[in-house]
Design a protein around this ligand. Structure first.
Ligand code: F6P
Length: 503
């Protein structure tokens, strides 16, 4: 695949994300140790940061790490992609408990998350939270600037005056970080290229304008040189907001936005997964599902989040059980819900609602030796997940709204044996490219029940054809391809023409 071709970047790299690529937690001896986070982003980006001796800036995940405390080195046994990151490559951003409450629970996940997923009724607008958000973003900026000064000093001492450091900032927790970085860079004449990737949707103007601080957010995002989103719709929404709120001159065809004499390049770069890693996991993962041969498993895997459409999915499954009684005792819906943002009220309520609903439906349809829904609230290992993805008959990926959705992609990567069927919402970014899935509107419960019936009855040759094409695309457009495209688009690859298109 193109993603496997190695390309070097042309400057020192600084990656900035809300969370570091590992979390710190206390072991039984009370020492802080690294614990891996398993995301695809970390799997892809960490080896690049290791190889180019770059820097990663982020929150450690622990309130026990105080300013000045050393970052622990990785365990010598550690085989994770982050194991090669030396502690001097890590810059922790210190966030205290009250800041965390207002920044992360309040503004990130109480305001931006629901708003950017076009669910404004769930969004809170609290000016204290917003102020803390800006203050915490400035902390991230200060850490980035420190790293940048060091990197430039080293380059200058070596006579590399033309080499430009690359700063890559991630996601909705850091929308205003670039404002301060750009301002200080101009004051101190520091050179750098600033790139941004948004991992969630970007909403349309009629949603964005509900945000009391929309102008400051848009200006923050225009402080980058390059801003990328998963799909073209999000890019066009962003460009439209810049035009209507800030009066920017824009070029929708070439995706350019102009502000105060500077031109920002916008681009759609759909993220992929570490495809080969999931194939390998599914090749070696022992059986995790033990069902009778005549029982098919319908699998759902999500962070427990209201954007994932879990309530709609379960109600549609109830409709399916009503409408297609032949499937009683022949199918099981296995839902894995991964705990997430458990301090936020909306998430607590969703947990209760889901558990009540599943209890009611199981009470209604269960037999002594069969229950229609099995429910796990917890975290499975990557290997266990790979086994489930491999052995289930249907994956139900039905978010109401989702930036991309990697579960859909992980599922097809792991389908190395008898092919199953992917049922996918068109309102996930993945719905725009994974055409061979069965696409269904998650709000249309009857239709979801019908599609489930169709998936369970689909002949083997049709399943094979669809799955082969789905897998081929994800293998080609994997996470390495995405990352290389990002660097290439910001003109950050060696042996390549400079930069994004000039105006
Ligand atoms: O994709 C959106 C995102 O918020 C990522 O930034 C994050 O890694 C993931 O979802 C999990 O969320 P959190 O960091 O809030 O646990």
């Amino acid at each position: 695949s193109m993603g496997n071709k190695k390309r070097d970047i042309n400057g020192p790299l600084i990656v900035v994300s809300n969370r570091l690529p590992f979390v710190l937690s206390k072991n039984s001896d009370g020492e802080l140790v690294r614990k891996q986070s398993a995301g695809g982003l970390v799997t892809a980006v960490a080896p690049v940061v290791v190889e180019c001796k770059g820097t990663w800036i982020g929150w450690s995940g622990s309130f026990d790490l105080k300013p000045g405390d050393p970052i622990p080195e990785s365990d010598p046994e550690d085989k994770a992609p982050t194991a090669g990151l030396k502690s001097n490559q890590i810059i922790p951003v210190h966030i205290d408990k009250s800041e965390f409450e207002e920044f992360y629970n309040g503004c990130c996940n109480g305001t931006f998350w629901p708003l950017f997923h076009s669910m404004p009724d769930r969004a809170n607008f609290v000016s204290k939270d917003w102020k803390t958000y800006c203050r915490v973003n400035d902390k991230f900026a200060d850490c980035t600037l420190d790293a940048l000064r060091n990197v430039i000093k080293t380059l200058d001492e070596a006579g590399n005056h033309d080499t430009v450091p690359l700063v890559w900032i991630h996601d909705y927790q850091l929308l205003t970080t670039a404002t301060k970085i750009r301002q200080v860079c101009e004051e101190e004449n520091l050179r750098c290229k600033l790139g941004f990737f948004l991992h969630i949707p970007f909403p349309s103007w009629d949603i964005m304008r509900l945000l009391p601080w929309d102008d400051q957010v848009l200006q923050g995002m225009l402080a980058y040189d390059f801003a990328a989103f998963h799909i073209e719709d999000y890019c066009l929404n962003f460009i439209d907001c810049c035009c209507r709120r800030l009066g920017c001159r824009v070029d929708r065809t070439n995706m350019l936005v102009e502000l105060a004499g500077r031109t920002i390049q916008v681009k759609a770069l759909p993220i992929g997964i570490p495809f080969e890693r999931f194939v390998q996991l599914s090749e070696k993962a022992p059986t995790f599902l033990n069902m009778p041969d005549d029982v098919k498993v319908i699998l759902g895997v999500d962070r427990l989040d209201y954007t994932k459409g879990l309530v709609h999915r379960i109600l549609a499954f109830e409709k399916f059980l009503e409408k297609y009684p032949d499937f009683h005792e022949k199918v099981v819906l296995l839902q894995i819900s991964v705990p997430s943002r458990t301090d936020v009220k909306e998430y607590k309520q969703l947990k209760d609602e889901t558990e009540l609903l599943i209890g009611r439906i199981n009470g209604r349809f269960s037999k002594p030796n069969w229950s229609p829904i099995r429910y796990i609230y917890g975290c499975l290992s990557q290997e266990q997940l790979a086994a489930l993805y491999r052995d289930c008959a249907v994956a139900l990926v039905t978010p109401l709204r989702d930036g991309m959705n990697l579960v859909a992609k992980e599922f097809v990567a792991c389908q190395i044996r008898t092919p199953g069927v992917l049922i996918l919402s068109p309102f996930a970014g993945a719905g725009g490219t994974m055409h061979e899935a069965l696409l269904v509107n998650p709000y249309e419960l009857d239709e979801m029940a019908n599609v489930l019936n169709r998936a369970l009855k689909m002949p083997l040759d049709e399943r094979e054809l669809r799955m082969t094409q789905l897998r081929h695309r994800e293998q080609l457009l994997d996470v390495n391809y995405w990352m290389t495209s990002f660097f290439s688009s910001m003109g950050a690859l060696k042996d390549e023409d400079e930069g994004p298109p000039k105006t």
